[in-house]
Design a protein around this ligand. Structure first.
Ligand SMILES: Nc1ncnc2c1ncn2[C@@H]1O[C@H](COP(=O)(O)OP(=O)(O)O)[C@@H](O)[C@H]1O
Ligand SMILES: O=C(O)C1=C[C@@H](OP(=O)(O)O)[C@@H](O)[C@H](O)C1
Ligand SMILES: [Mg+2]
Length: 204
C-alpha cells in the first residue's frame, strides 16, 4: 500500500458513465487505505432498490433528489467518493465539490459506450442509441466536469489499475513499491505503464 490518505482529505471521482469511477475508486481506496463510498451504491441502500427501479418506479426527478442528498452527505466524509455521472449537474453538489480534490476521469463517448455495453443498470442509457445518448450526455457535461475538477486523468486505453496509479501520481502520492494487487479486471499489472488497446477508437 502507498502512503495513506491524510485523515481529513476527500478525493472525489467524477466523469461520464463508463469512465471507471466505481472501479477505480475501489482501487484508490485500497491503495490509500481509506474509506470508499460509491454514491450510487449508497443511494440503492437508502432506497432499498436498484437505481433502475428508482428511475422506473419513482422517476428521474426523485432519483436526482435522492442523489443530491446522499452525495452531499458523502462529501462530508473523508476518503474516496465516486459520484454518479450526472451528479455534477446539481448546483448544490457543484458548490460542495469546490472544497475538495476532484478528479475527472475522462473517457471518449466511443469507449464509454463499449465499457457500459448493453446492460440495463444505467436507465439513462437504456433503450435505443446508447452511443448517441452518450454523445449527447458528454456534450452537455464535459464543460461541467472540466469546471468542477481540480485534476483530469485520461482513461482511454488505460486499465483501471493504471488509471489509479495515474491519479495517485498526479495527486503526489509516492509511487507504489513492491508487488501490486492483481488488476481489478483480472489483468496482470506488473511492468511499465502501457496503453490498453480498445480497438476502433478514433475520436470522442
Ligand atoms: N479503464 C478501464 N478500461 C476498461 N474497462 C473499464 C475501465 N474502467 C472501468 N471499466 C469497466 O467499465 C464498466 C463501467 O465501469 P464503472 O467503474 O462502473 O464506471 P462508472 O462508475 O464511471 O460508470 C465496468 O464493466 C468496468 O469493469
Ligand atoms: O449519468 C447519469 O446521469 C447516471 C449515472 C449513473 O452512475 P455512473 O456514472 O456510475 O454509471 C447513475 O448515477 C445513474 O444511472 C445516472
Ligand atoms: Mg459508477
Amino acid at each position: 500500500m502507498a502512503e495513506p490518505l491524510p485523515p481529513d482529505q476527500t478525493i472525489v471521482l467524477v466523469g461520464a458513465p463508463g469512465a471507471g469511477k466505481s472501479t477505480v475508486g475501489v482501487v484508490l481506496a485500497r491503495r490509500t487505505g481509506c474509506e470508499f463510498t460509491d454514491v450510487d451504491a449508497a443511494i440503492e441502500q437508502v432506497a432499498g432498490k436498484p437505481i433502475s427501479a428508482i428511475f422506473l418506479e419513482d422517476g428521474e426527478p426523485a432519483f436526482r433528489e435522492l442523489e443530491r442528498r446522499v452525495t452531499l452527505g458523502a462529501l462530508q466524509r473523508p476518503g474516496v467518493v465516486s459520484l454518479g455521472g450526472g451528479a455534477v449537474m446539481s448546483p448544490e453538489i457543484r458548490d460542495a465539490l469546490g472544497r475538495h480534490t476532484v478528479v475527472w476521469l475522462d473517457v471518449s463517448a466511443a469507449q464509454a459506450t463499449r465499457r457500459v455495453g448493453l446492460g440495463d443498470s444505467r436507465p439513462l442509457l437504456a433503450g435505443q442509441g446508447i452511443h448517441s445518448t452518450m454523445v449527447r450526455l458528454l456534450n452537455e457535461r464535459l464543460p461541467v466536469y472540466e469546471q468542477v475538477s481540480t485534476h483530469r486523468v485520461d482513461t482511454n486505453g488505460r486499465r483501471p489499475n493504471q488509471v489509479a496509479r495515474d491519479v495517485m501520481e498526479m495527486l503526489g502520492f509516492p509511487a507504489a513499491t513492491g508487488s501490486e494487487q492483481p488488476d481489478i479486471l483480472g489483468e496482470p499489472v506488473e511492468g511499465p505503464p502501457q496503453t490498453f488497446p480498445e480497438p476502433g477508437e478514433q475520436s470522442r
